[in-house]
Design a protein around this ligand. Structure first.
Ligand code: 0CH
Ligand code: SF4
Length: 320
């Protein structure tokens, strides 16, 4: 009997869509093109996207990752991450006459513009999001202090003390749980019936699609692996969606070496997906790790097709 025949059978259900979204693709391209155009080092304020593998490979090509602009010299280009930055950051870069490229996802910038529009109409804003997340800091930082109040949970809605309860609008982080956010929006609308906002929320197409795909595979599987980083909000939400959809074992893994094989021993139906910042090469690595241990059948469960692409900023277009 060959080794191949002794491997136990296992079906891997691959969620589609999974992995890179258009905003992540563009942000990584911006760093690569900046390195081509200006040479190393190119500074990047915050992890361009929340994935150590991506960050390490760009670092090898000459990118230098920092948390704040004051860690960058005046005479080297700096890129702002996909999550967006407070208004003060490009303003300071301009003052210092730095070359900078903003890799904020256009769908995050859209929320920034929504916030500015409501503010111009004299409304105070409520932002649904996670405290301390760079996207939340960037979006809240579009407006003066006190103009955006953060709520994280349904419970927070009861504690809100707005300036004028009749003059409110809401916005959201783009990478939240669709279901949890719907509940917070409902609580806001119940307490402030006149509150203005988007049709549902500002969660982007990629986040929505990846969560829907997890819901579709959940009934078929006994374990879910989400490939993504611990600081990746959208990836963590996929783990929660898996659990809420009935998959008791739902785990985030950065790459194959983090899989707890003992925990899934005996499981024959495993779901695999990846957050918007996880590269496909890490998904392949996970599939290969399963193939080394099991006789694997792969089934793709596709719930949507994505063909969105965002252009890189003009300054890098001819380099592209
Ligand atoms: O999910 P978060 O926002 O933590 O970020 P990520 O993992 O880098 O994914 C890309 C989203 C960037 C901004 O929406
Ligand atoms: Fe843009 Fe959505 Fe991707 Fe964030 S997750 S970078 S908002 S497409």
């Amino acid at each position: 009997m060959t080794m191949e025949q002794t491997k136990p059978p296992l079906t891997l259900y691959l969620a589609a869509p999974r992995g890179f979204c258009a905003g992540v693709d563009r942000a990584i391209k911006i760093v690569e093109l900046a390195l081509q155009k200006w040479g190393a080092p190119v500074y990047v304020r915050h992890e361009i996207v929340h994935n150590k593998y991506v960050v390490d490979s760009l670092r090898e090509q000459g990118a230098v990752f920092v948390e704040e602009l004051d860690e960058c010299p005046d005479d080297r280009p700096v890129i702002f991450s996909a999550h967006g930055v407070p208004k003060s950051v490009p303003a300071t870069a301009k003052q210092r006459e730095m070359v900078f490229v903003d890799a904020t996802c256009p769908l995050v910038s859209k929320v920034h513009m929504e916030a500015a529009r409501h503010h111009a109409e004299g409304l105070q804003l409520v932002m649904i999001g996670h405290a301390g997340h760079p996207e939340v800091l960037g979006t809240m930082g579009q407006l003066p202090e006190g103009e955006v109040i953060l709520v994280e949970t349904v419970g927070d809605v009861a504690d809100l003390t707005p300036r004028d309860p009749g003059r409110l609008a809401f916005i959201t982080q783009t990478t939240l749980s669709v279901d949890d956010t719907a509940q917070i929006v409902a609580a806001l609308q119940a307490r402030f019936p006149g509150i203005i906002g988007p049709a549902r929320e500002d969660i982007c197409y990629a986040t929505t699609n990846r969560q829907a795909a997890v819901k579709a595979i959940a009934p078929k599987i006994d374990a879910l692996l989400v490939i993504g980083a611990q600081n990746s909000s959208n990836s963590k939400r996929l783990v929660e969606v898996g659990r809420a959809s009935g998959c008791a074992y739902s785990q985030l893994v950065l790459r194959a070496d983090q899989i707890d094989w003992r925990a899934i021993d005996g499981v024959r139906h495993v779901g695999v997906t990846a957050g918007a910042s996880a590269p496909e090469v890490l998904i392949d690595e996970v599939i290969d790790a399963f193939r080394a241990r099991y006789d694997v059948a792969v089934e793709i469960v596709e719930t949507a097709q994505e063909n969105i692409e965002f252009k890189v900023p003009r300054v890098l277009r001819e380099t592209a």
